[in-house]
Ligand binder design. Structure first.
Ligand code: FUB
Length: 366
């Protein structure tokens, strides 16, 4: 994430334009405080699930007939904002559960701390979880001692942890935002990657290069990755592959197509035998989705699931519970717009007869 993400969070009306323009518009129209005050002109469509601390990037799953949520744990570490998102300096994870959608939320407390992960140095970003044969797996990105994002795994004998981390990150892993999808045939796939602060653009040669490199604007955008997991879910069973996101004409979405190209926050779910690959468009702040016939894609762009939220980042998960579908996401409403202090929320998701997802808004203008 980049430094200038900061001001674009303050006023929903400003979200659609770039950060530089936001700054100028903000300067013209008033102070940051004025912008926050204008949040009075909107009504949120959902409330934060937790209000005693900040939570982001909620990955929800149904385990033991409850909804379990595995989010990032935001806090104010005092690290100044910079171009690589150092201010998202999270150092641990909590797990939450709900017996019913929108019911009481139980905080199961701290389940993993960065100081207990031998290979990790800082920045525990968006995690995910999976279950296999009674073991629960927490997958999480963090920067290693060389400041390179890798993806680690920790295990527990119940969904609420605590989780015991493995000594090393998953071999061959890189970048951020792991999302693990269990297919109907019991194979597990990890989707991952994120550009800008997520470093995916630095792996275009297959090796880490300490410099950003993006394809030209008219070329296919940097691709998110997928890899089948090994039987014990502790390693990749294959080399990570690129995921293709195509437009309706079968052409790859390009780098310059900021409204539709992948940025971060991959998630996969299956609905009526179709695979839905959803993701954040980053600097255009949407959760978009594309559908395909295989867990490897290609996926064809379909539209927007969630419009920009108050806050710069937009990150979600999708889960089915008792026949209904739910979107978990976050915004910065509780912190009055601070980009790195977010709160998880949920909303019911609807499909039309053709399997298209109805676009949701996290707030309405009043
Ligand atoms: O929470 C840190 C990062 O912000 C996540 O990894 C991204 O997806 C974005 O939400």
């Amino acid at each position: 994430m980049k430094l200038k993400r900061c001001l674009s969070i303050l006023l929903p009306a400003l979200i659609a334009v770039g950060c530089k323009e936001n700054k100028e518009q903000n300067k013209e129209n008033g102070t940051v405080e004025d912008s926050i005050a204008q949040q009075d002109t909107i009504r949120y469509t959902s409330e934060p699930l937790i209000t005693d601390h900040y939570t982001a990037d909620p990955s929800a799953h149904v385990f033991e007939n409850k909804i379990y949520i595995y989010p990032s744990h935001d806090f104010d570490s005092g690290i100044p904002e910079d171009d690589s998102g150092s201010h998202f300096n999270m150092k641990d994870y909590h797990v939450y559960s709900m017996e019913t959608p929108n019911g009481e939320v139980t905080d199961h407390g701290k389940v993993l701390d960065v100081k207990d992960v031998a290979w990790a140095e800082r920045q525990m970003w968006a995690p995910d979880a999976a279950e296999k044969n009674g073991t629960y797996y927490l997958f999480f990105p963090a920067k290693d001692k060389n400041d390179i994002f890798k993806i680690g795994v920790a295990t527990a004998d119940n969904p609420a942890g605590p989780f015991t981390p493995k000594e090393n990150p998953i071999e061959g892993s890189f970048s951020i935002d792991p999302a693990v999808f269990k297919d109907s045939d019991n194979e597990y796939y990890m989707y991952f990657g994120g550009i800008w602060g997520g470093q995916l653009q630095r792996w275009q040669t297959g090796e880490y290069v300490n410099e950003d490199s993006y394809p030209e604007d008219d070329q296919p955008a940097v691709a998110p990755k997928v890899a089948k997991l090994s039987d014990d879910l502790l390693s990749f069973a294959e080399e990570p592959k690129d995921i293709q996101i195509l437009d309706k004409n079968g052409e790859p979405i390009t780098t310059g197509d900021n409204d539709r190209r992948f940025f971060e926050a991959a998630w996969v779910h299956k609905y009526k035998d179709k695979y839905y690959f959803s993701y954040s468009t980053g600097d255009t702040h949407k959760i978009a989705y594309a559908t395909g016939d295989s867990p490897y894609g290609p996926f064809t762009y379909q539209g927007v699931i969630l419009e920009p939220v108050v806050g710069w980042t937009n990150h979600h998960s999708i889960v089915e519970y008792e026949g209904k579908w739910y979107l978990f996401y976050h915004d910065s409403s509780l912190s009055e717009g601070k980009t790195y202090l977010r709160s998880m929320k949920m909303a019911e998701l609807e499909y039309d007869e053709e399997g298209k997802i109805k676009t949701l808004k996290s707030y309405e203008e009043i």
